[in-house]
Ligand binder design. Structure first.
Ligand SMILES: Nc1ncnc2c1ncn2[C@@H]1O[C@H](COP(=O)(O)OP(=O)(O)OP(=O)(O)O)[C@@H](O)[C@H]1O
Ligand SMILES: Cc1cn([C@H]2C[C@H](O)[C@@H](COP(=O)(O)O)O2)c(=O)[nH]c1=O
Length: 212
């Protein structure tokens, strides 16, 4: 049996990651590919519990290092119990956020060092990296309107941070993509959902071994 493929979606809040992850999963399943669609933080019962600890607005929250440790712990459980077994069975794993979110949010946004975050990932998840990472980029004023329509006034602990914080996150994502063109694909998330989906599928043709 061939090993599966691991594709992640990254980007700021409301850029369309979940929408595009679902469209990609459906397109792959229609081609007969076994797909596991999952998300971070979360994807296993333990990691979903940690998600609630991280994102709930109740309580005092976490300092940046504690936050990074909690994301790494959630990821460790997710990788060990869901992602690696699925890949070993030849499934494609499509994950809505992964290690690059820690590098962009806890690194770019909160100021932790990239090598420290990669060390945590080495300890927690043996450094597993995706085969392909789709970075979706949308201007902040557009995502603000989308999120207002989707969530109203509700924001979680990290989504509710300042505009400056989220600008640093977006810049960090762009820098990661520029530094890793062999893994990252940068996708313009403006426009029709289906047109964006078509561009993403096109970028995965070589991995699929067929035309889109
Ligand atoms: N291309 C698009 N054009 C307009 N609206 C879109 C587009 N793609 C997604 N949306 C809408 O924007 C909102 C955010 O999309 P989605 O939930 O997929 O983003 P996300 O990046 O996963 O967000 P978050 O990080 O907050 O979970 C949703 O209401 C979705 O229906
Ligand atoms: C994996 C991961 C996530 N985050 C942040 C990014 C978002 O604000 C939330 C997740 O919410 P979503 O609606 O599911 O996108 O968590 C982070 O800061 N660091 C991470 O590693």
């Amino acid at each position: 049996m061939t090993a599966g493929r691991f594709v992640t979606f990254e980007g700021g809040e409301g850029v369309g990651k979940s929408t595009q992850a679902r469209l990609l999963a459906a397109a792959l399943e229609a081609r007969g590919v076994n797909v596991v669609l999952t998300r971070e933080p979360g994807g296993t019962p333990g990691a979903e519990t940690i998600r609630n600890l991280l994102l709930a607005n109740e309580g005092n929250g976490w300092n940046a290092r504690a936050e990074a440790l909690l994301f790494a712990a959630a990821r460790s459980d997710h990788v060990e119990r869901l992602i690696r077994p699925a890949l070993a069975q030849g499934h494609w794993v499509i994950c809505d956020r992964f290690i690059d979110s820690s590098r962009a949010y806890q690194g770019g946004g909160s100021g932790l060092e990239d090598h420290d975050l990669l060390n945590l990932h080495a300890i927690g998840s043996a450094g597993l990296l995706p085969d392909r990472t789709i970075l979706i980029e949308v201007p902040a004023e557009v995502t603000a309107a989308r999120l207002a329509q989707r969530d109203g006034a509700a924001v979680d602990r990290i989504g509710g941070r300042s505009a400056e914080y989220h600008t640093r996150v977006a810049q960090a994502f762009a820098q990661l993509a520029d530094a890793g063109p062999e893994r990252f694909v940068r996708v313009d998330g403006l426009g029709e959902r289906d047109a964006i989906h078509a561009r993403i599928l096109e970028s995965l043709v070589a991995m699929l071994g067929t035309t889109p």
